[in-house]
Design a protein around this ligand. Structure first.
Ligand SMILES: C[S@@+](CC[C@H](N)C(=O)[O-])C[C@H]1O[C@@H](n2cnc3c(N)ncnc32)[C@H](O)[C@@H]1O
Length: 280
């Protein structure tokens, strides 16, 4: 996709009485497209690049940080499939597909893994068909829905996932896009409450207390240019998302410190907290 005059995708974000739907608008930055820009993808517009560059100017480590988060995502999925025996994944805030998407990592461990992706961005929706090409033994589905409407997500996820059996609820690099007014802790609890015992929550989000001054300036600049504003959170605020669940080692840590697979992964820098926890 390219060009500033691209017509609206016609994406339907569902009946969203409580949450304002995300429409296709190239004149203002969208988180999925800015993220794609930082990761070196091709699905972004001038407004996305301007917001992305404004953040880079405030916090030059942002590209390394989002890469460290992607590596975290892959390690978490591998851990869940290979060590925790999880075969069902609900990945909310999918983003524009890139390397090591959840179904690729999960199905490389166990080809019968079932993965449901959820996002509300029309650009991600355009890629959904390609995302659906998983292994023949497993299943991959895509839901065009808003995290602020967890009931819709749970209802539609049940087409592909058996929610009476353990599932991994994945909220990777999305919660900083959910402001306090949307009751982020209630949203996460609604999803984990609906999950069976033995399920997992995997979550990462941008930190307010790592490189604090740079991150505060990055948030100010991003929020003045983007459609969805960012709410950075400190370690205690991120840990609170896991209340009532059992955090697996090493707990809530900078994403590169979560079970790094190599010295290179461990020595990356990020301004993101991440963790994984199990529901009893
Ligand atoms: C920063 S990207 C993260 C992508 C991927 N999870 C990763 O970690 O690489 C955040 C994604 O969350 C999506 N998103 C933000 N708010 C959302 C909401 N309220 N409901 C559904 N998706 C949302 C955006 O469209 C974007 O694709």
């Amino acid at each position: 996709m390219s060009g500033e005059t691209e017509s609206a995708s016609g994406a339907d974000n569902g009946d969203a009485p409580a949450a304002e739907p995300l429409t296709f608008d190239t004149t203002v930055a969208h988180s999925a497209r800015v993220h794609d820009y930082w990761l070196g993808g091709k699905d972004h517009y001038a407004a996305d690049r301007a917001a992305g560059d404004a953040v880079i100017a405030a916090y030059p480590g942002i590209v390394e940080s989002v890469r460290a988060n992607r590596a975290f995502l892959a390690r978490v999925v591998r851990f869940l499939a290979a060590e925790a025996g999880i075969r069902q994944f609900l990945d909310i805030g999918t983003g524009v597909p890139t390397a090591n998407n959840t179904h690729e990592v999960a199905q490389s461990v166990a080809s019968d893994c079932r993965v449901v992706y959820v996002d509300y961005d029309p650009v991600v929706l355009v890629h959904a068909r390609a995302l659906l090409a998983g292994s023949p033994e497993g299943a991959t589905d895509y839901i065009d829905a808003d995290l602020r409407e967890p009931e819709t997500i749970l209802e539609q996820a049940a087409r592909t996932l058996d929610l009476s059996r353990p599932v991994a609820v994945m909220l990777i690099a999305i919660m900083h896009l959910i402001g306090d007014d949307a009751e982020p802790y209630r949203l996460v609890a609604r999803l984990t409450d609906a999950a069976a015992p033995g399920s997992y929550l995997a979550l990462s989000q941008v930190a307010s207390d790592i490189q604090a001054e740079q991150m505060a300036e990055a948030a100010r600049r991003y929020n003045s240019l983007a459609r969805e504003t960012q709410r950075h959170r400190n370690r205690a605020e991120v840990t609170r998302f896991f209340d009532g669940l059992d955090l697996v080692e090493p707990g809530v840590v900078p994403v590169q410190e979560w079970r790094p697979g190599s010295v290179a992964e461990a020595s990356a820098r990020s301004a993101m907290w991440g963790g994984v926890a199990r529901k009893r």
